[in-house]
Design a protein around this ligand. Structure first.
Ligand code: 3HC
Length: 711
């Protein structure tokens, strides 16, 4: 069945792209051949004077090249060829003697945007779903169908680098501003506008191009200015990626070649770089992450069809502190539901409502929300000092103080006040949900929803059913979490669940290193060099030492001496240090900004900071503590499959994406090598490094977490 339908309006041929039985349009090899053949026919078709290309899909224009095909690539040469084929296809569009106008509604990404760039005129709908971008670097690649060459020529060097290096997308309005599209119109008149433009172009009209401005002339079009831009961009890339991601650096090289030596050389460099990047482990890991997150969008955490989700229109939130307000604001922002917030007194409720509204306001300031949408969404928030207005909600999330007795009491009050079919979720980071649900009248509707802080920014949500939770409740919570914009993993009801479980020995180990006098900045830099966004000590300051202390105790109690916390946090707490929140932590803070490490911890501990430190040893201890715990938790079934564990670690604690997550890392290190390393660590540092039995087993049998080849 063809992916393209043809319709004629006078001299304009309207091509609708709609791949049968696929949710989005992708430019696969087969689609490319068909498109090329169709274009050839239209060029020879005398009555056709111009062409309009649109999508037949509801909310995507074209999602890019077919990423599935990248997974099949086996050599650099093969990948170079794929890129060359893409470039040649786009060139046919660019060389068309008949003008081609693209009518863009929905996602126009990667190869989709490269196709649009090769056409003569671009009209986009002003719908929020319309996003134009080149996300290739996020897959460890670069735009390989001419985009690295065409974008800087169309919108200027600096604007192009901004998009390509970060792999980001722009909405239609911004796309118009930077000259990426020629017109933006409401969706209702998109096609008509594109046809009118096609007719004008066919009559010889030339689209006006925006001027470049003084900075454009000096920096984008002048070799000396360009050198400055490239140098600055390279420094920024290195600072942001720590040199772990080769794609943005290769993209810089290609763009430079293209602008300095011409498009022909530029295209050759582009295909070569694409081919080499496609074969890197980094790209493989990032592509796997794309497929894992996509698969999670469809995974409700129960066998397919076994749970009936409740459609959530109203959310009740108990507790209007930092977490409660974050949950409320994010729910209104992304899920567009009414939120009723309750706390013990109205003054606190007022504060919570303000904090939730501030989340919306921040979006409006960043132009991600219109004033109208801000006002409308703000009106969805309301508060109460009792349970009034709760009965209409489909789901309630409590986010009160992290104390079992308090949480139990809140659940009991909730159960007494709301209808029996409402799903009741508790937001906790460590307390087993079973302990909260036990004794409830309807434990089948109780589960955990572990949000990460700050809720509006952190992408992960752990949903934690107990053995008593119904499938209906699980599906409702998972789907609602997704509507809130979260990547959701369903995890076992074990202390710390997944993320805090694997984090716990890692943070403890950082404490032991401090006890030995290893300087704060050495520990943190060791881990940022390894690829984490922040080091473990800085993370403790962010999380809060009170929270860390409480979590440490729960884990110690649950897992015994193996997870006994270092004494560092208790010492810090004894000196009234809470981390960033009270401006007193392992680091100094000024006006909320971290200024530098506070070495006085060593006086408190009574140790002398070490002079020479072997950084590789520091990395080893921290990493293997986390990897070993990941293996242990996996073998206990805390997550259902390695995919969830890796995505949880990447999205929950910033485990370096280019390494693919702790379980992928274990596979890369190899079970036998990992066991040998852990045995050495155990001999040196004690039984907290005792090898997870599952790893010993894997070392014996040559086992892995993932199949050796494939996903
Ligand atoms: N290739 C292969 N499959 C793709 C795809 C692509 N480019 N884009 C989406 N899909 C698949 C998904 O895997 C999923 O498949 P499934 O139903 O079998 O699980 C299905 O399409 C639907 O995708 P989503 O669930 O993600 O749908 P959403 O509506 O939530 O999001 C989207 C749509 C915004 C287009 C999102 O899918 C997306 O961001 N896609 C990837 C975009 C991208 O990275 N493009 C660049 C590709 S690389 C490239 O073009 C190289 C070129 O320069 C040569």
């Amino acid at each position: 069945m063809s992916a393209f339908a043809l319709e004629r309006r006078g001299g304009v041929a309207i091509v609708s792209f709609d791949t049968p039985n696929e949710p989005v349009n992708k430019i696969s090899k087969a689609v490319g051949w068909e498109l090329e053949e169709l274009l050839g026919r239209l060029i020879l078709d005398e009555p056709v004077k111009a062409i309009v290309l649109r999508s037949g899909k509801r909310d995507t224009f074209i999602a890019g090249a077919d990423i599935e095909e990248f997974v099949q690539l086996r050599s650099v040469e093969e990948a170079v060829r794929l890129s060359r084929d893409g470039q040649l296809l786009m060139q046919k569009f660019a060389d068309s003697p008949k003008p081609i106008v693209v009518a863009i509604h929905g996602a126009c990404l990667g190869g989709g945007l490269e196709l649009a760039l090769a056409c003569q005129y671009r009209v986009a709908s002003d719908h929020p779903k319309t996003q134009l971008g080149l996300p290739e670097t996020q897959l460890g690649l670069l735009p390989g169908a001419g985009g690295s060459n065409r974008l800087p020529r169309l919108i200027g060097l600096r604007a192009a680098l901004d998009i390509i290096l970060a792999g980001k997308s722009e909405r239609a309005k911004k796309a118009l501003k930077i000259g990426l599209v020629d017109e933006v119109v409401p969706e209702a008149i998109l096609l008509e506008t594109a046809i009118a433009a096609a007719e004008r172009l066919a009559r010889g009209w030339r689209a006006p191009r925006p001027g470049r401005g003084v900075a454009g002339v000096l920096l984008d079009h002048n070799p000396i200015g360009r050198t400055v831009v490239f140098r600055k961009a390279e420094a920024t890339v290195l600072q942001k990626t720590g040199g772990h991601y080769p794609a943005p650096l290769r993209a810089l090289e290609v763009i430079r070649t293209s602008l300095d030596r011409g498009m022909k050389r530029g295209l050759e460099a582009e295909a070569q770089a694409f081919g080499e990047l496609a074969m890197t482990d980094v790209s493989r890991r990032l592509v796997e992450i794309f497929f894992a997150t996509t698969a999670l969008k469809k995974d409700d955490g129960v066998p397919s069809g076994s749970g009936r989700p409740r459609v959530v229109r109203r959310l009740a939130v108990i507790g209007s502190g930092f977490m409660g307000a974050g949950i409320a604001g994010t729910a209104v922002l992304n899920a567009d539901v009414e939120v009723r917030m309750k706390d013990a007194d109205l003054a606190r409720v007022g504060k919570g409502l303000k904090a939730a509204t501030d989340i919306l306001r921040a979006r409006m300031r960043r132009r991600r929300l219109t004033t109208y949408e801000f006002t409308r969404k703000s009106a969805l928030l309301s508060g109460t000092g009792d349970f009034s207005g709760f009965a209409g909600a489909e789901i309630a999330i409590e986010a009160v103080f992290e104390e079992l007795s308090v949480k139990r009491q809140v659940m009991a009050e909730l159960e007494a006040a709301v209808p029996t079919d409402m799903v009741l979720a508790t937001n906790t980071s460590t307390i087993p949900i079973h302990d909260i649900a036990v004794g409830a009248r309807h434990p089948e509707r109780i589960l955990g929803m572990h949000f990460f802080s700050p809720v509006e920014k952190m992408p992960l949500l752990e949903v934690i059913p107990t053995s008593m939770t119904s499938a209906d409740a699980i599906v409702t919570a998972v789907q609602f979490g997704r509507a809130m914009g979260k990547t959701v993993i369903v995890v076992g009801d074990a202390p710390g669940f997944w993320v805090n479980r694997i984090l716990s020995p890692y943070l403890n180990e950082a404490g032991f290193l401090l006890e030995e006098g290893v300087p704060i900045e050495v520990i943190d830099k060791a881990m940022t060099d390894w690829g984490f966004p922040v080091g473990p000590i800085a993370l403790l300051d962010e999380v809060g030492l009170d929270v860390g202390e409480k979590a440490g105790k729960v884990m110690h109690q649950a897992f015994g001496d193996r997870l006994a916390p270092s004494k560092v946090i208790a010492v810090m707490r004894g000196d009234d240090r809470l981390g960033r929140k009270n401006g007193r932590g392992f680091y100094f803070y000024k006006d909320g900004h971290k200024t530098g490490p506070d070495g006085s911890i060593f006086q408190l501990l009574g140790v002398r900071p070490a002079g020479e430190v072997d950084v590789a040893r520091v990395q080893e201890r921290l990493i293997y503590a986390m990897l070993n715990e990941s293996a242990m938790a996996m073998s206990e079934g805390v997550v259902r499959q390695p995919r969830d564990g890796d995505i949880g670690a990447i999205f929950g604690i910033g485990f370096p994406p280019f390494r693919g997550g702790p379980l992928r890392t274990l596979d890369a290190f190899g079970a036998a090598e990992t066991v040998a390393k852990l045995e050495r660590l155990e001999a040196a540092h004690g039984h907290r490094f005792r090898v997870a039995p599952v790893l010993e087993e894997m070392a014996r049998t040559g086992g892995r977490w993932y199949p050796a080849d494939g996903r």
